[in-house]
Design a protein around this ligand. Structure first.
Ligand code: NDP
Ligand code: ZN
Length: 182
């Protein structure tokens, strides 16, 4: 049997790697959904909704929370997925040693200087998190907290504009639904 092309192999490897790293984690929704659903949702947005076929971007989406939220090291990612994927994941990872409010301010300040592929992953991350807040929000969040998150996300997205019209249109639709937050 013929071998799969390299990009598809790397993408499957990224799903499997992220699934292993996030295996004990859950999202904050009432059902405590498996965490891996979120990185897979980013890859689905980029592939299916935005028609992006670049495996470097799709792998970075699948791996985007491994450095921030698991014990994964930069060297580990570089060995398995190479410099391009690793650079994107590093660029979209918050420095967890900083206070939360600082991290949130830095996301706004740094958005415009991100590389094009990092901006694509960041746009998809915000799409998925806003959808979660509308459809499967953290059980204990008030409407005010969800709205504050929407407003912060809008400020981050302002720095990501001019990257992908389709993704930005999806975000605009979501941001326009902030008044439906309960
Ligand atoms: P958090 O950073 O605490 O939580 C949001 C993050 O959780 C997302 O970015 C996402 O990150 C992850 N996540 C996991 N599950 C879900 C889910 N089901 N739906 C959405 N996100 C999920 O939020 P903030 O601190 O930003 O809180 C929002 C606002 O509320 C802020 O503006 C803050 O100032 C304010 N605030 C209010 C508090 C209160 O009312 N008690 C306390 C603290 C803040 P990822 O993509 O990495 O998974
Ligand atoms: Zn994320």
């Amino acid at each position: 049997m013929q071998e799969e092309p390299l990009p598809l192999r790397m993408t499957i490897q990224a799903v499997a790697f992220a699934a292993g790293k996030h295996r004990h984690q859950r999202r904050k929704d009432a059902d405590a959904s498996p965490y891996i659903n979120h990185p897979i949702a980013l890859a689905e947005v980029l592939s299916v909704e935005a028609n992006i076929s670049d495996a470097t971007v799709l792998c970075a989406a699948l791996l985007h929370d491994t450095i921030e939220d698991t014990e994964t090291t930069v060297d580990e990612l570089r060995d398995l997925f190479g410099d391009a994927v690793t650079a994107i994941v590093v660029a979209v990872s918050d420095d967890k040693s900083l206070p939360k409010e600082t991290r949130k301010a830095l996301q706004i300040a740094h958005a415009a200087a991100l590389s094009h592929p990092a901006k694509l992953v960041k746009l998809a991350d915000k799409i998925c998190n806003l959808r979660d807040l509308l459809n499967a929000p953290p059980a204990d969040w008030t409407a005010e907290r969800k709205l504050a998150y929407f407003q912060w996300a809008e400020a981050v997205v302002a720095g990501l504009r001019g990257t992908h019209a389709g993704l930005e249109a999806i975000l605009d639709d979501l941001l326009a639904r902030a008044d439906r937050l309960r």
